[in-house]
Design a protein around this ligand. Sequence first.
Ligand code: ATP
Ligand code: AMO
Length: 433
Amino acid sequence: MNDRTTTASAEPGDDVTVAGWAHEIRDLGGIAFLIVRDRTGKIQVKFEKDAMDDDLVETGTEVARESVVSVSGAVEEEERAPTGVEIVPDSVEVIAPADPELPLDPSGKVDAELPTRLDNRTLDLRREEAKAIFEIRAEVLRSAREAFRELGSTEITTPKIVATGTEGGTELFPITYFGQEAFMNQSPQLFKQLMVGSGLERVFEIGPIFRAEEHNTPRHLNEATSIDFESAFIDHEEAMDACEQVVRAAYEGVAENCADQLDTLGYDDFEVPDEAFPRLTYEEAIERINATGELDTQLVWGDDLPTEGEKALGDDVGGHYFVTDWPSEIKPFYIKDYDDDAELSTGFDLMAPDMELVSGGQREHRYDQLVEGFEAQGLDPEAFDYYTKMFRYGMPPHAGWAIGGERLVMTMLDLPNIREAVLFPRDRQRLSP
Ligand code: ATP
Ligand code: AMO
């Protein structure tokens, strides 16, 4: 198969072998066409029944759709062919026949429900639209990595089996680790912080996070991809600058390198956000939400922003925006409060625009205050000794954030369900494939 040509590179005058899937067969009587599809596109194979060997015609025109085939022959110019060229075959081989009963139609002519698609993801990803999402997702990760490199940060990978949680006790998946209780990690938070005190200073990680989320919603997963950044010697304002740079780079990468995929998905107006993302304080955010009149009860200081509130404010602002200066009590222990106001935290969220895309903040790097913060949130500082003790040996001021990778793709492409952006989603009902 090494002398195989892709369908996209078959040129008139060439003698080629293409291999791919039997996408469609059109039998018009005296003439029949087999459309072969591979990752680069499709090509028409022409069978003139009277002029060709019967076995060849039979193999090429009676093959079950979605079988894997290999076709050898001459490429000819043909303006009636969908791509302007076609293959006149001298051999057709069925390499792997498909069952004639397919669980879904990869040509996309018959719509399938999301659960059916997810149960048969391999077939689903033969559809151009589904495939385009994952090509775009790959470009998002590639351009994020490049932006992290421009920021001078080093890629790290941290353990996913851990002894303690960080993002709230109820959302942990417990596992048994050689007879000891352990958990799937909810966030690389503590490890990335430990790295800012190492010689690396500025790090990023793109990896899985695990959350036993209570709710089955279109924007929550139980296994998600976190795009984390953490840097020594920056404050929360600079962390927001870096966050904006990475999010923008992802949009730019997609705009520059995924024109075909955007076209397949029907986006003729894909826009890279051009304005700086506005930074609203939490206080301004609740005032503006209250002013929309969309909520039954008015929000007061200390309330978390409810989903309807986020939607109302997202409609009001219209694009990405940060919410800053949150009440300390609703942000995690590792976020630093303002030095002159212990009620006010340096934590921030980035909204996109009606869903949280990023959380971050400046971190508490002072040992005594960090330990007090654990106690205030009812956590046992002893259990986190592996983390806190490093704060006794020279931990610089630092800040960072995490972007939800699937939410980035979802909000960028306006996907109705986050599962569209995951190959094999994990949710309350779904543990396989
Ligand atoms: P039949 O006798 O059954 O009509 P035929 O061998 O006479 O078949 P044509 O009349 O040449 O075939 O073509 C049938 C249809 O296929 C026509 O609509 C024609 O436009 C189309 N067609 C013919 N050749 C090609 C080709 N190479 N690519 C795309 N369409 C083609
Ligand atoms: P947070 O818990 O807000 O912050 O998570 C960061 C981002 O990850 C995404 N996300 C999810 N996406 C899909 N399904 C989920 N269940 C899910 N949970 C989170 C969201 C969210 O904004 N340690 C902090 C980050 C930091 O401060 O650096 C953290 O994990 O897009």
